[in-house]
Every structure is written in structure tokens, then in C-alpha cells.
Design a protein around this ligand. Structure first.
Ligand code: APR
Length: 259
């Protein structure tokens, strides 16, 4: 089936679906200038040594790691990036009533910035826009803490309990927020269409969600620049740029609604 016919089918499936769940990854933010992790220019692809910085054990044990992570946070593109066509298209899908829940592995907040209702977004790997204390769970906006780092504090401690602080993002070896995992699982169990966009679908437990959707009888549609382990089980694989593909799907939805 050629790409246009495939996009037309996907648009029809979305129009007819009872409950659509989107599962997004770093590939929806690359067009906003935020590198992904495992793509050709990905962070782990180009700087594999950096992956260690994002393990919880290394962060807890090594002050040098914490200081390097805080320095990296100062220049993280998520603080200056804006939403791109992929974020805007998913927000439009929601506006038209075709998106029940958006589970994102991204920490950049760009789905909300692009207009998706924050109540429908599950930031399952956390957010870079907040800081949490690893001892007393105090949670604050990231801005003032980054200001302390800029003013020379290399490893700002919690003002309440003196504990270590970290951006509220999930590090390797850190467990996910059970309530977020439950929300993502429940939405997936109830969906009849899962739209996986811009994710390599290799990091667990999120990488189990498409399997959960398939086992619940849902169709799986994958929009991704490269192969994923689920391509052979997907109802459709749309290989290309997330923003372009999602806009093409919206255009077909328009023609369906005009027909
Ligand atoms: N359009 C479509 N696909 C794209 C685009 C684009 N513009 N840019 C990149 N991609 C694809 C890449 O080919 C890759 O397969 O998006 C996918 C992104 O995969 P990863 O880099 O592995 O990112 P993600 O799946 O979100 O990683 C999951 O791993 O390191 C952890 O916590 C981190 O949340 C992250 C998790």
C-alpha cells in the first residue's frame, strides 16, 4: 500500500476510533531543536558516556556527576524550545475529539505548550520544569534553583531538609511515579487505537504499553523515522517526519469530514 493510501487508512481509523491514545517520544521534539537519544544525532548515539550522568545511583553517589548535570541543565534546549508541527498536530487531534490521553516520555513540556490539555498529558518520565528533593519530596519550579546554580552553587540542596535535589525527571534506575504508570496503563487498556509517534519503543516499562494495547485488541499505528521493535505488529507504520505525517493525517481527516 502506498504512503497516501496508508495515511488515508490511518485517518479513517482515527475518525472511527472510540478512544485514541498517543504515545510520544523524543522524536516529536527534534524539530524543536531538542536532540533525541537513539536517532543518528541522538544524545546516547553521539555521546554514550553521558548516559552514566543520568543514572540515579551515579547522581546520588558522585558530587561531580551532580555538578555536571546541573551545568548541563543550565543549557538544556527544552528551556528555550517551542512546539513544532508534531505537537501542534496532536493538539489539533485532541481539539477535534480524537485524543483521549497523550502519554509522553518527553520532559520538555512542549505538548502542553503546543495546546494539548495538560489534564490529558501523562509525563511518564517526569518534567525538567520542576525540581524535587530526593529526601523530602519537596517540589518547586526549576527556574529559581537554576538561578542558584548560576549564582555559583554547584549542587543546590533542599532548603527544607538539606537533601539532594534533582530535576523531576526519571533517571535510569529510578522508578516511575506509580500513579502516572497506572493512568497510562488504564488509558491504554481502554483504547482501540494507539498512535506511537517519535519513539524507538525500547525503554521499559513504557515500551510495554503498545503490547498492552495490542493485547487489549487495539490497533497500533507507528509514526517514526526509523524502525521499532513493534513495526511487524503495527496496523500501519508511517516512516517519516512526525510533523509532516501528522499534518497529512489531519488533512485526510478534513477530507473525510467533508465527504
Ligand atoms: N520524526 C519522526 N521520528 C523521529 C524524528 C522526527 N522528526 N526525529 C527522531 N525520530 C525518531 C528516531 O528515529 C528514534 O527512533 O524518534 C525516535 C526517538 O527514539 P529515542 O531517541 O530512543 O527516544 P525515546 O523513544 O523517547 O526514548 C525513551 O529513553 O533515554 C531515555 O528517558 C529517555 O524518555 C527517553 C527514553
Amino acid at each position: 500500500m502506498d504512503e497516501t493510501a496508508l495515511i488515508r487508512s490511518v485517518a479513517t481509523w482515527i475518525a472511527e476510533a472510540r478512544q485514541v491514545v498517543a504515545l510520544t517520544g523524543a522524536g516529536v521534539s527534534t524539530a524543536s531543536g531538542i536532540p533525541d537519544f537513539r536517532g543518528p544525532q541522538g544524545l546516547w548515539t553521539t555521546q554514550p558516556e553521558k548516559e552514566r550522568l543520568f543514572s540515579l545511583d551515579a547522581y546520588l553517589e558522585d558530587p561531580e556527576v551532580r555538578q555536571q548535570v546541573w551545568r548541563l541543565r543550565l543549557e538544556n534546549p527544552a528551556f528555550t524550545a517551542g512546539p513544532n508541527d508534531a505537537h501542534l498536530a496532536l493538539a489539533e487531534l485532541e481539539r477535534r475529539g480524537h485524543l483521549h490521553t497523550l502519554v509522553t516520555q518527553n520532559i520538555d513540556g512542549l505538548h502542553q505548550a503546543g495546546g494539548t490539555d495538560p489534564d490529558r498529558v501523562v509525563e511518564i518520565h517526569g518534567t525538567i520544569h520542576e525540581v524535587e528533593c530526593l529526601s523530602c519530596d519537596r517540589r518547586v519550579p526549576v527556574g529559581p534553583v537554576l538561578d542558584e546554580v548560576r549564582r555559583g552553587d554547584p549542587d543546590p540542596r533542599c532548603p527544607s531538609c538539606g537533601g539532594l535535589q534533582k530535576t523531576a525527571t526519571v533517571s535510569f534506575g529510578q522508578s516511575l511515579d506509580p500513579s502516572l504508570l497506572q493512568r497510562a496503563h488504564d488509558a491504554t487498556m481502554g483504547c482501540d487505537l494507539m498512535l506511537a509517534v517519535g519513539t524507538s519503543l525500547v525503554v521499559h516499562p513504557v515500551a510495554l504499553l503498545p503490547r498492552t494495547a495490542l493485547e487489549a485488541g487495539a490497533r497500533l499505528v507507528i509514526v517514526n523515522a526509523e524502525e521499532t521493535p513493534y513495526d511487524d505488529r503495527a496496523g500501519a507504520v508511517l516512516r517519516g517526519d512526525a510533523g509532516e505525517v501528522l499534518n497529512a493525517i489531519l488533512a485526510h481527516l478534513d477530507s473525510l469530514q467533508q465527504a
